[in-house]
Design a protein around this ligand. Structure first.
Ligand code: F0G
Length: 457
């Protein structure tokens, strides 16, 4: 068996890629103000900006799209989606939403009151934003190691149980409506959480009457790592492991754009009838009727089918192998990136890649720009630009200054990843010649989306 299993699919429809010259890419990058979010896909060769909504759907999902029941109420596709969530994840109630943040909005509104605390294993931008908008303070209770790009742990996304207990002791359990447990942790590099840790979090939470809410966005990736790394799960299927994982949760938010293998959609799942009741009251205000929640019938059908497909071992094994393949190539060339390789992306460590560029000259932003100019590969900055400013207007200086190379599901082949690796390795060899950037336009919020830069020469 090859270390890198071949694609467990064949290609029925192709989307041609545009091949550009370096001159054209340089011009495009200048016009985009050295911000990969401001590029047009017309100019992009291999797009690793995100794994969100960029999935290639299967023939079975596309066939399901033709069975879209576009009724305002009671669509049969909702019934199928509800059944898929109940069967695969095991939750009782399903509230559909247009995407993950729609579910985060509803969950935060029904559970949080002003002055509450929400512990979580590292923040995610939209998740924390909804918690804060509802008056809560987010408290990071992930293992310290998750903030260090060099430490190798099999379950680096785990909750630090001492930190969690300390928070409960400090603020009181009545101020903690739920813990938000992300499986896997995006901002830490796609790092998984062990079943053991999930169980222990559940135990502590139950003892104090705190609910456990998963951010299940990349739960299939998490299940794969449990199967591979945790004693007692080797012989279980991905579906078995998902069911066990979810049995320790009271509910979850889901961005279907990742592990449900669709381009749009999400849901909030719950076991508690009263909470479900409140969620149905809000979904009609923010998303749509409780049997479509902002999705077309066809989108719900594609998601229902995607939920089952994602449980295929060969699918997830190949996905993780692709990411490892890229990681192994970079490792062999000595390129610094976050270890161990996680579930959805390689995160280049820009502080180590470009140690001569001070963090306030945006090394990760520049590296992402240079990668695009070199080969047309689009990545994303996850460092000082993404972190923004505190309420006094000072820059946050995050420990991790990263460039995320996010692999879409079922879209690219190993050959594309060769292009990516070769380009990064070439840049690494001439890293001394790469200089920093200055920011010439900064929007007041979420600056990473639209900020503009110029090279310091
Ligand atoms: N939770 C996690 C862990 C995510 O990664 C995302 C989205 C969301 C929630 C929100 O879901 O986009 O459907 O509203 N992550 C994307 C990314 C945007 O590129 O990492 P959404």
């Amino acid at each position: 068996m090859s270390k890198y299993p071949a694609e467990p699919y064949k290609i029925k429809v192709v989307e041609p890629l545009k091949i550009t010259t370096k001159e054209e890419r340089k011009r495009a990058m200048e016009e985009a103000g050295y911000n990969t979010f401001l590029l047009y896909t017309e100019d992009v060769y291999i797009d690793l900006l995100t794994d969100s909504g960029t999935t290639a759907m299967s023939d079975n999902q596309w066939a399901g799209m033709m069975l879209g029941d576009e009724a305002y109420a009671g669509s049969r596709n909702f019934v199928n989606l509800e059944k898929a969530v109940q069967e695969v994840y095991g939750f009782k109630y399903v509230v559909p939403t247009h995407q993950g943040r729609g579910a985060e909005n509803i969950l935060s509104q029904i559970m949080i009151k002003e002055g509450d605390y929400i512990p979580g294993n590292m923040y995610f931008t939209t998740t924390r934003a909804h918690q804060e908008l509802n008056g809560a303070t987010f408290v990071d209770v992930v293992l310290d190691e998750a903030h260090d790009s060099t430490i190798e742990l099999p379950f680096k996304g785990n909750i630090d149980l001492n930190k969690y207990q300390e928070l409960i002791d400090r603020v009181g359990a009545d101020k903690i409506p739920y813990i938000c447990l992300a499986v896997t942790v995006n901002m830490a590099g796609g790092q998984p959480v062990s079943m053991q840790n999930i169980k222990e979090v559940k135990e502590i939470s139950e003892k104090h009457g705190i609910k456990v809410m998963f951010d299940a966005t990349r739960c299939v990736e998490n299940a794969f790592f449990i199967k591979e790394r945790e004693e007692g799960y080797q012989d279980k299927t991905i579906a078995d492991i998902l069911k066990i994982m979810m049995s320790y949760a009271d509910g979850c938010t889901m961005s279907g754009k990742k592990d449900c293998l669709v381009n749009i959609g999400g849901f909030l799942a719950l076991n508690d009838e009263k909470l479900y009741q409140r969620a149905t009251e809000l979904v009609v205000v923010y998303e749509g009727l409780l049997t479509y929640g902002g999705m077309a019938g066809r989108d719900m059908e594609a998601m229902a089918r995607g939920i089952y497909e994602a449980c295929d071992y060969h699918y997830i094994e190949h996905r993780i192998s692709q990411i490892r393949y890229l990681g192994d190539k970079l490792e062999a060339a000595g390129v610094p990136f976050v270890k161990p390789v996680g579930g959805h992306a390689i995160f280049l460590d820009a502080k180590k890649f470009l140690p001569h560029i001070p963090q306030d000259q945006f090394p990760a932003q520049r590296l992402a720009a240079e990668l695009f100019i070199d080969s047309g590969v689009r990545a994303m900055e996850r460092g000082i630009v993404s972190a923004g400013r505190d309420k006094d207007g000072n820059n946050y200086y995050p420990k991790l200054e990263l460039v995320r190379l996010t692999i879409p599901r079922r879209v690219y082949t190993y050959a594309h990843l060769d292009v990516v690796a070769d380009s990064i390795i070439e840049l690494y060899e001439k890293r001394d010649q790469i200089q920093g950037l200055k920011m010439v336009y900064e929007p007041p919020v979420l600056r990473f989306f639209t900020a503009r830069f110029e090279p310091i020469s």
